[in-house]
Design a protein around this ligand. Structure first.
Ligand SMILES: [Zn+2]
Length: 92
């Protein structure tokens, strides 16, 4: 099981947590004071992310963006063709 390094937001202590990869994005708390800890990415580099990313299930933001972009293009094509919009896509 991989180890993940966290840094306490309150006292700055760093500690490691061993957990399954599937749980790598779960929050961790400082063993000293129980404060929320921020994931560090200096160890192992399981996912190549910046420290600003707190690791919460954000592995596929690009996919979500791509889907939103594709949906926007589909709407634009529907407009161009004069076709009715799909339910739920009415303009605000
Ligand atoms: Zn702490």
């Amino acid at each position: 099981m991989p180890r993940y390094e966290f840094e306490c937001a309150t006292c700055g202590r760093t500690f490691e947590v061993t957990r399954p990869i599937a749980a790598s994005g779960d929050p961790a708390t400082c063993p000293d004071d129980g404060s929320p800890a921020q994931r560090l990415y200096s160890v192992g580099g399981v996912f190549l992310s910046s420290r600003k990313d707190d690791g919460r299930r954000s592995r596929t933001p690009a996919d979500a963006d791509a889907r939103a972009e594709a949906a926007a293009k589909a709407d634009a094509r529907a407009d161009a063709a004069g076709a009715p919009r799909a339910p739920g896509h009415e303009p605000a």
